[in-house]
Design a protein around this ligand. Sequence first.
Ligand code: N7H
Length: 499
Amino acid sequence: VARKANIQGDVWPGLPKRFQTFLFFKIRKPDEFKTRLRSFVDEHITTAQEACDMKNQILAAKTKAKDSGVPAKILPLPGVNIAFASTGLAALGKFTFNEAAVKKDRNLSKIFKKNQLRGGLFGKGMYDDLVGEGWDEPKELRSQFKPSAGKRLIDGVLMVTASRAEDLRYKVLRVKEHFLKEPGSDDPDTVRYSNDPCLEFPFTSQGRTRPEKGKEHFGFEDGISQPLIEGLDEVAPKDKEPKAVKSGLIFARHDGDPMNQPEWAEDGSFLVIRDLQQLVPEFEKWLEDNKHNAPFAADSDDPKEKLAAYLMGRWRNGTPVDESPHHDKDPNLFRSNNFDFHPVDKHDKCPFAAHIRKMRPRGDLNHDHAVIIRRGISYGDEVTPEEKAAQKSSEEKERGLMFVCYQSDIRNGFNFLTTRWASNHHFPDRKANFVGEHGPGIDAIVGQRLNHHPERSIGLPDGKHPTEARIGLDRWVIPRGGEYFFTPSIKAMKEYLTG
Ligand code: N7H
């Protein structure tokens, strides 16, 4: 099968999304589910090829509109993808948790070795991984992401995306019906739901982009930097940013994937979904309260915005701090990716521990490591005038990011970024003036603390002398849980997984 026809479109090139529904599901009747999944794949799943065709059509329509002066009326069609947690694969008889039994049973051992998806964290799930290690706080997690009586509640997720709310609602209904309707009840107008369906949808989450287009809730331009994928993207020359990476960092069994996955996993990718609540009024208050403590306060026209930019590594309009440390006014730089933190022995410009530098150290490393593709979407309400006035998030209003990313290995991707880099004060390591107890600092956005870690703080450049200047940080992103999944290829779903 041609690669682009085999890959699900959210992994690459990404599904266009203003609105997204995450339908978390539990499998009740595996055999019937398999039958329905087989026809679902052709009828509903959006492949990489279809997503590319859609993007190209829209691009062409926009170009035409620009030339003719008549606005383009074309909108992307809704998209649908599906992914499975290890419990979901187990329900289909394609994953086993029982390694002891496998070791004893030689027949089982053969099958296990040949077909079991590798990756211990996928097997464990996010709860056992991150609560188990002490990173996530159970009382902060939403109930759907917490096991009940020792059982995980989510076997998989159907993701539906659209450009208009009404298209999303329509498509979500069709997707649900496919699995819930009575056999033979095919007319959407008179559909009858089965009272013994093969699937149930215990939880859904809604994502939607903000009215301020392109901006996430803290007000930063998002969705700027993604790795280019060799063999899929048009690749820039080697010395340009963003660098192209081997597709095996994202896709199972591609060049550069060291995991030795079974054959059926080819063209699939591990998916991480994580609900990250954002405390927006609190973030603004902290910037306001601390702008005068920043080492550069006296020399800056707008120390509050500069402080925000230094935590992120980009100004709110996307301008990279590495290319423009003192202002965000050059329109040529708004979405620039053309920087790599050189010279990397100092952080005269971008702080070593700024979010984007922690998450993709570019020149700080001389090899590709912990590479992910991000496909998240904001959720929740805009900050209300009352919250703004109180400088505090209200109990009823919530907002955040449904963080979504793909990688060929969760340990080397999401987990590594969160635990080894974002949450580790000493990374990037061996930096002049930052070799002491505190190191360059924690990632202000997604760094998490274990009990024995130092308090949250970040080292900041003052633009003048190389002495260490530090500032204490609060926490504005609360992890509310999530799950680890595998997004299989089209072929895997039509053959192995439904066989
Ligand atoms: Fe981050 N934000 O919107 O404020 N992130 N992120 N992220 N992030 C980036 O380049 C943000 C999170 C990465 O190549 C930008 O698209 C928020 C997690 C990576 O230069 C902004 C949250 C993880 C990059 C944000 C959040 C990552 C990146 C700059 C949580 C991984 C690319 C715009 C609420 C575990 C780095 C852009 C590069 C960039 C925001 C979470 C990873 C503005 C609010 C959990 C790899």
